[in-house]
Design a protein around this ligand. Structure first.
Ligand code: BT5
Length: 278
């Protein structure tokens, strides 16, 4: 049996203190990353990425932080990133005209890349909670925040922010999270190397990006999707709510929900999915 408190201390010594930009650049040299900035502490990697886009940074630039002081989720919710315990990074894509037509699939592509890397690297089976959460044993272990800037009809840049709980020290306190959270080390039962996972996610992202419009991507999501066959509620930010049984996602990444009026297709937008009994 591991003592989790002491394991997270050891990991803090090993992975946090000694990570720096040069080491990370070397580690990620065989990935598609073009530019990299690493911060011990930052407000939000997505905010930095946004400013970096405005300053003209190239496609596949990434921002990585050990700790975020104002990490963000969707709809101004908070994302907690404690030092030495998590992955928090943002990837910048300048969308090609072809990718622009598949923009709605970017959050799904990011979720698939993260889920497949978690399996490849650590043999942990994670599930995708549509549209942007990653669950292990039904508990949230990672979250994704995709934010796009439209400079004009053809020039669109996207920031894909990903936060993954690696060790128990990453877990938010009960008053910081609405739903139960977990970390990958809980599932593995031993310490994990978060930087190897980062590398694997980036490589996976490059591969899935090239196949963003594929049946394979949709098949992958539908095989790894949480709550299939279960009743859920979808709440939209304007206060509307609909209930139905989860069928999967369609080719645009919309959620297919069996309701009493038939199958409804729900776009990600500003909606929040919760289980019937949550
Ligand atoms: C998300 O939003 O899950 C998207 C999280 C994206 C975080 C990354 S980290 C790198 C980049 N920079 C940023 O500033 N953000 C991105 P949402 O579905 O809205 O979920 C937010 C909710 O998750 C919060 O309201 C809490 O209930 C819960 N939560 C916060 N921190 C958590 C954590 N570390 N683990 C599990 N749940 C958490």
């Amino acid at each position: 049996m591991h003592n989790w408190a002491s394991i997270s201390e050891i990991r803090y010594e090993k992975t946090s203190k000694f990570m720096n930009e040069q080491t990370l650049i070397k580690l990620l040299s065989k990935t598609p990353v073009t530019r990299l900035r690493y911060f011990d502490t930052i407000n939000s990697t997505n905010d930095f990425a946004q400013d970096w886009i405005n300053a003209g940074t190239p496609d596949f630039s990434i921002v990585v932080a050990d700790q975020q002081t104002s990490g963000r989720g969707r709809l101004q919710r908070k994302w907690i990133t404690n030092p030495g315990a998590a992955l928090a990074f943002s990837v910048i894509f300048h969308l090609s005209p072809q990718e622009l037509t598949s923009a709605s699939l970017i959050p799904i592509m990011a979720a698939v890349s993260t889920t497949s890397a978690i399996f490849q690297q650590f043999s942990i089976q994670a599930q995708i909670k549509w549209p942007n959460d990653i669950l292990v044993s039904g508990m949230k272990t990672a979250g994704i925040l995709v934010e796009s800037t439209w400079f004009d009809e053809e020039n669109v840049s996207t920031v894909i922010g990903i936060g993954v709980n690696i060790s128990p020290a990453a877990l938010p306190s009960l008053d910081e999270t609405a739903l139960p959270a977990t970390c990958l080390e809980h599932a593995a039962g031993h310490p994990l190397d978060r930087w190897q996972l980062l590398k694997c996610i980036l490589i996976s992202m490059q591969e899935w990006r090239m196949n963003i419009n594929s049946e394979e991507l949709i098949k992958y999501v539908n095989n790894r999707m949480a709550y299939i066959g279960q009743r859920v509620y979808i709440n939209s930010s304007d206060g509307q709510s609909i209930s139905g049984i989860v069928q999967g996602v369609d080719s645009t990444g919309s959620l297919l929900l069996q309701t009493q009026d038939g199958v409804e297709s729900i776009h990600a937008g500003d909606v929040h999915l919760r289980l019937h009994n949550e």
